[in-house]
Design a protein around this ligand. Structure first.
Ligand code: NI
Length: 211
């Protein structure tokens, strides 16, 4: 009887070791806070210097499929980010919204049963801007017709999953996205275009479910 118990305990330990796995064929769904911190630089705006773009935090979602125990494909989605845009001398003059979906190829370090699975990814980011408006300050300065060109660029990420049990995990990841755009607007009726690099760091903290 004692041998049977030991046998069962060993079997249970083995089962739980292999069950806490990131392995080929798994889907991982992660959700959490995603903070976009632009590292912006732009051309000179009407002789007043470059644009400033503030931070925003939204709900970030990632969907991952593990092709092998170590290679994954991931799609990043989020609720729309909203940023204030300003100039040093004027303060905020406009607000914009954007969605930055990204498709990543990933490498997960370690082996399927490991609790900690750090990973690196590289991929493509598409960012579309919409709901772009000058605020009262901008309009008072004679600015109108704001639009931002969509952007295609490279994205990189580093992340860490900690497997809590067979299905649940805790995740943190940081992304860098090469997002460049042309900011177009009219100043006193004259068309302007200012090349702007937003190039944000994105910090995500969340929980994940693997199945
Ligand atoms: Ni850039």
């Amino acid at each position: 009887m004692k041998t049977l118990y030991i046998g069962m305990a060993v079997a249970a330990a083995l089962l739980s070791a292999t069950a806490q796995a990131h392995q080929a064929g798994d889907f991982i769904f992660r959700a959490g806070s995603a903070t976009v911190r632009p590292d912006e630089s732009s051309g000179n705006v009407l002789g007043l210097g470059g644009f400033n773009v503030d931070n925003d935090t939204q709900l970030g979602l990632t969907f991952t499929y593990l092709v092998t125990d170590n290679i994954g494909v991931e799609l990043l989605a989020a609720t729309p980010f909203r940023h204030n845009v300003g100039l040093k001398s004027t303060g905020d003059i406009a607000s914009i919204k954007h969605l930055p979906p990204s498709l990543m190829a990933q490498y997960y370090f370690g082996d399927a049963p490991d609790k900690f699975r750090p990973y690196l990814g590289v991929g493509i980011n598409y960012t579309t801007f919409y709901d772009t408006h000058f605020n009262q300050t901008g309009r008072d300065a004679g600015l109108s017709d704001l639009s931002l060109k969509h952007s295609w660029g490279i994205a990189g990420q580093a992340g860490l999953d900690y497997n809590v049990d067979d299905n649940w995990l805790v995740n943190m990841s940081v992304w860098y996205m090469d997002i460049d755009t042309d900011v177009r607007f009219k100043a006193g009726g004259q068309q302007q275009s200012v090349h702007t690099q937003i190039d944000p760091w994105v910090f995500m903290f969340g929980v994940g479910y693997r199945f």
